[in-house]
Unconditional design. Structure first.
Length: 260
């Protein structure tokens, strides 16, 4: 009976593991990807309070990491670290870089750090390369929405490994998140620290439910994506080559709304 109980417990634990857990990756030794971030934050798409100057709508540099499930850069409904707070509020990466390096040294959970240049307007694209490993097949990154109180877009622990193979290409639509550290409602709100700190939450067309919110579009069911990221696996012959230019459809991200 004792043995049976132990077996049932183990099997029950195994069935509760998340699908795509990095421990299941049996792909080739490593893979390299080109990551392409595309900003879709246009005045046509998001007309309400669209920042035109001081500063105009733009994106910070992209900061990301390839890692195992032992590390988390940020997670929805959990508290942002001091590093993510500094990056989301001010675009400062030093504390976040230190947190990543410490995680890599303590529990060997980080394989590599990657970054891509900032985009000086709401629309445009930037890119870089990253490397994943069977023990570190997850990708996370953050990009700050500029200007904003503490808003950002990003990915939390996307697994590029599918069993015994690396995925050839992955595209993900991105939506705005609130880091939970500043209570400003609009893109140009002055600093107003959230005390006590709140958790990371997704910003939607109805949440925060306040007419002053820059993303408040009550006539919409959902916001269109404010950005998109594509990761393309590189063949050996492609390593070191420049990134392909991705030209998204011009009307794929427009909002039709009288609120302005």
């Amino acid at each position: 009976k004792v043995i049976w109980t132990v077996l049932v417990t183990i099997l029950g634990y195994a069935s509760s593991l998340p699908v795509g857990d990095d421990s299941l990756c049996t792909a080739e030794e490593l893979a390299k990807y080109r990551i392409i971030f595309i900003g879709k934050w246009s005045q046509t798409a998001f007309p309400k309070q669209y920042p035109l100057y001081r500063p105009p709508a733009q994106w910070s540099s992209l900061l990301g990491v390839t890692h195992s499930s032992d590390y988390s850069m940020w997670k929805k409904n959990e508290y942002a670290s001091n590093g993510v707070r500094d990056f989301a509020e001010k675009g400062e990466a030093w504390v976040l870089m230190k947190e990543i390096e410490e995680a890599g040294e303590k529990i060997q959970s980080v394989h590599g750090i990657f970054s891509a240049p900032a985009i000086p307007s709401g629309t445009g694209q930037t890119s870089t390369e990253l490397e994943v490993h069977p023990r570190h097949p997850l990708v996370s990154f953050v990009v700050r929405i500029v200007p904003s109180p503490d808003w950002f877009v990003g990915i939390d622990s996307l697994n590029l490994c599918d069993g015994d193979r690396w995925m050839d290409e992955v595209s993900v639509d991105l939506f705005p998140y609130d880091a939970g550290t500043d209570s400003g409602f609009t893109f140009s709100s002055p600093n107003f620290a959230t005390i006590p700190q709140d958790t990371v939450t997704e910003i939607t067309c109805s949440s925060p439910s306040h007419p002053a919110n820059s993303f408040y579009y009550p006539k919409l069911k959902i916001l269109p994506p404010i950005a998109q990221v594509t990761m393309v696996k590189l063949k050996k012959s492609q390593l070191g080559l420049s990134a392909p230019f991705i030209n998204p459809p011009a009307k794929s991200n427009e909002i039709i709304d009288s609120v302005s």
